[in-house]
Design a protein around this ligand. Sequence first.
Ligand SMILES: [Zn+2]
Length: 141
Amino acid sequence: MGKRVNPMGVKSALTYEVSEAAVALGVSKATIRNWVRDGLPIMATKKPYLISGAEIRAYLRSKSKAAKKPLNHDELTCFRCGAGRKPFAMSVECFPNTIKTSRLAGACEQCGGAASRIISNSRLDEFAATFHFKTGAGSEP
Ligand SMILES: [Zn+2]
């Protein structure tokens, strides 16, 4: 159980480095990194990572909403909609998350925003039957 974080701690018009976001929200840098691993979108792949305040707010809101409503089997959590959504074309990418879990990431069918969910590796086969897993990186157009 994480403590509740007030999304209003960040300003939606600003961008934050991990350490700045941690200070603004009163959480540890590790917490922010966990959120990124959990699907909070970052703005660059190079360090220092920048995170938009608007995305942090959307992420925190969706987290508190998502906690109340379990996802259907064929849904990911869309951080912009703040709800369970099917991924576009039922297509997801699968990333290693922890030793026991993986993260499925796709684009929200409704808003095109980043949607993801963490699944147990023991259920990978089950989810592979539900979603179309995109095969490895490097096959981009
Ligand atoms: Zn959406």
